[in-house]
Design a protein around this ligand. Structure first.
Ligand code: PLP
Length: 435
């Protein structure tokens, strides 16, 4: 037992890295060949690793912007802010077609580059990292692009393969690091199969695999995949992994807190290794997790179709977007995003009334704006914006509770609509925390 109770190797428990490499190779079948353990660093989950990546590979004096695909996973915002990027976060709209408005992103990158060059000309300072320099920081990126490309939290959208390639090429062009939270990839199912066992569907290729397979990649690469066991075993386990080029992950492993404390979550990572090595986790995902989520997903979709669509709700996006043949008939993740019926106020008002008068808690569009970006709020609040949407989750509740929740949402909707028709100012006095 001594090795598991001592400080773990900085890059993580080698048997877990080996098991993970094998499992990831099976799940993704990367086109360039199997995932090898030198591409993997064990983490204490996607959140902690996001902070470590920023500590090791960004410098607020040099890294110009953090781009976050919006509606965004809002709890990532304070991680970026803690790492020195307060006021430097910018939203990039999702699109229904491909998943990301890449023309918008390119324009923003070009503008930020111009601003940075002009600032250097004015100040006479060199365009180089001021704080993170020297051998401990072999590559500091100019930009970060953050997204949840598969079954996004909150929108449920999946970015098409074609767009994934475009993102990798754009990141290479602008020296950007794509950080992808790939935490829902394993929860994917065919909608039309009856049998639980053949329900599991293959996730699309990760951006990190695309970065590996396209010629012309750099030593540190332009993409890191942030994986986690939180959605597979439970968030309390605090074990995850990062995958990137061998140079990237070995540098990530040398973040100061790992140099001092050893690999994060070392003891727990030995338990996870046992679960993977014995195939327990693989069977659990296939036989318990996916069938359970599929059943709850179906309960939610049926309830939405029966109770909410007749009231004027619309599914904001299919669970998967992209080219039809790439994605049809596959669903997954935790969430779906619904647009409120026309004439209703912002979803945050509906959510406040739902909580106060109907004991129903729902997540609303304003929560998913990018912190400190006025453009993100303006886009959310514009006609057709995501502030008029709610996020519903099928993962936590049993099917009968999901049905009850949707019944309550239908009642809230009728209630709010009646108040609006009576000319009441429904937003007056409403206050609901965004974060
Ligand atoms: C997109 C996304 N990233 C990260 C996390 C948190 O992951 P972890 O528990 O591994 O820190 C979540 C949890 O909801 C999530 O939805």
């Amino acid at each position: 037992m001594a090795p598991v109770l001592l400080y773990g190797p900085h890059q993580g428990y080698p048997p877990l890295r080996r098991e993970l490499a094998q499992w990831l190779s099976e799940v993704y079948s990367p086109p360039t060949g199997a995932t090898t353990m030198d591409r993997i660093c064990i983490t204490n989950g996607a959140s902690g690793n996001l902070a470590n990546v920023l500590i090791k590979f960004t410098d607020p004096s040099y890294t110009r912007r953090i781009f976050m695909v919006e509606p965004t996973y809002f709890l990532a915002c304070p991680i970026f802010e803690d790492c020195g990027f307060l006021g430097k976060l910018r939203g990039v709209p999702e699109t229904v077609q491909d998943g990301v408005d890449i023309d918008f992103l390119r324009r923003e990158l070009e503008n930020a580059e111009l601003d940075a060059r002009n600032a250097c000309l004015r100040s006479g300072q060199k365009d180089e990292p001021a704080a993170k320099c020297g051998p401990c920081y072999p590559h500091v990126y100019k930009y970060v692009i953050y997204l949840v490309p598969t079954y996004s939290n909150p929108s449920g959208k999946t970015v098409s393969v074609a767009m994934r390639k475009q993102l990798v090429l754009l990141a290479r062009e602008f020296d950007a690091l794509l950080i992808t939270d790939d935490v829902y990839d394993f929860l994917s199912w065919q909608e039309d199969t009856e049998s639980a066992h053949d329900a599991v569907a293959k996730p699309p290729p990760r951006l990190v695999d695309i970065d590996r397979s396209l010629p012309g990649g750099s030593v540190h690469g332009n993409c890191v995949s942030n994986g986690s066991f939180s959605k597979l075993i439970g968030p309390g386990v605090r074990v995850g992994w990062a995958e990137g080029t061998p140079a990237f992950v070995s540098q990530l492993a040398e973040v100061g807190s790992s140099s001092s404390g050893g690999a994060p979550s070392h003891l727990a990572s030995t338990f996870v290794e046992h679960m993977l090595r014995t195939q327990w986790l693989q069977h659990y995902i296939r036989d318990i997790l996916v069938p359970t989520y599929k059943e709850r997903y179906c309960a939610l979709m049926t309830a939405i179709a029966d109770r909410l669509i007749p009231l004027g709700y619309a599914m904001e996006a299919k669970i998967l977007s992209g080219t039809a043949d790439e994605t049809s008939g596959v669903a997954g993740g935790f969430f779906t995003y619904l647009r409120l019926p026309l004439g209703l106020p912002f979803a945050k008002v509906v959510a406040a009334i739902a909580l106060k008068d109907h004991a129903l808690r729902i997540a609303f569009g304003h929560m998913f704006t990018v912190a400190g970006d006025h453009g993100s709020v303006a886009r959310a609040e514009a006609d057709g914006g995501f502030a008029y949407c709610v996020r519903l989750c099928w993962a936590w509740h049993e099917a009968d509770e999901i049905q009850e929740g949707v019944l309550r949402l239908a009642a809230v909707t009728k209630d709010v609509r009646a108040r609006v028709e009576r000319g009441e100012d429904v937003a007056a006095g409403i206050s609901i925390g965004i974060r």
